[in-house]
Design a protein around this ligand. Structure first.
Ligand code: ZN
Length: 271
């Protein structure tokens, strides 16, 4: 089923259930499944809580939330409107099944890194986690995305990775195979948060699209932008490469809501 159909069904059912108690219009756009980013609209001036935790709401009442690859399936969204009325919406997400992807020919230093790079890897992880805490007022994420590269999908979100026969962490990105030097486009408007060479992900860009949502673009050959720079959706910001833990040139595109790793493919409209 197409995402927008699910979204319509979902909003219709929420509107029905809410109309029996109050006239609070809450619209959710996205598939209620593991790895999904859900974009929502509540009346302006509302406060919104996901599992009792307050989440950011834009001036016009827009908000986002998401759950990870293996997250629990029962969640709760609570909306308190400007007049103080409170609506609690139980949300049941679906469980996904993930493939096993066996990858051979990975340089062994990326399968089992030598002890001398463990501090570098810890540092990389700290830097990435820090910039992913960014919670800006931008609302670029409410637009439909532009695919950041053209090419065959060579890896998907969630797959369990086995490198040279050794099980490793799941894959959290969407891999698009493309030649070295092919353009990488900004999937939405945003601000560059990080542009650095990291151990596993090679030359890496992280872009803030607002409301806690970031894109991470990995294994780049070159980066054309700098931290602090504003980028426009569709603008060429980098080149596809084969840096870091790869077996060939591709773009790995990841989406986070704060530290939660989400599936870019769920945000792309189906043909
Ligand atoms: Zn990848």
């Amino acid at each position: 089923m197409k995402v927008w159909q699910r979204a319509l069904l979902l909003s219709a059912s929420l509107l029905v259930s809410l109309n029996s108690t109050a006239n609070t219009d809450i619209i959710l756009d996205g598939e209620l499944t593991q790895g999904s980013l859900i974009r929502g609209q509540a009346p302006a001036g509302s406060q919104v809580f996901f599992n009792e935790q307050p989440i950011k709401v834009s001036a016009s009442g827009q908000f986002v939330f998401g759950i990870g690859r293996d997250a629990a399936l029962q969640h709760q969204l609570t909306v308190i409107t400007a007049d103080g009325s409170r609506q609690a919406l139980p949300l049941t997400f679906s469980r996904r099944e993930y493939d096993i992807q066996r990858i051979t020919g990975v340089a062994q230093k990326y399968v089992t890194p030598p002890a001398e790079v463990s501090e570098r890897i810890r540092n990389d992880n700290r830097k990435v986690a820090a910039v992913r805490k960014t919670l800006s007022d931008k609302t670029a994420i409410f637009a439909e995305p532009v695919l950041p590269a053209k090419g065959r999908i060579s890896g998907v979100y969630g797959s369990q990775r086995v490198f040279n026969g050794e099980p490793r962490n799941p894959h959290y990105g969407l891999d698009i195979a493309a030649p070295v030097g092919a353009p990488v486009l900004a999937p939405w408007d945003g601000e560059v948060l990080l542009a650095e060479d990291l151990y596993y992900s090679g030359l890496t860009l992280i872009i803030d699209h607002g409301m806690g949502v970031t894109s991470t673009l990995m294994h780049l050959h070159a980066i054309n932008v700098k931290p602090g720079q504003q980028v426009k959706q569709g603008e060429t910001i980098a080149e596809v490469g084969a840096t870091g833990r790869v077996t060939g040139p591709h773009l790995d595109w990841r989406i986070n809501w704060l530290q939660e790793r989400l599936d870019p493919q769920l945000l792309l409209a189906e043909e």
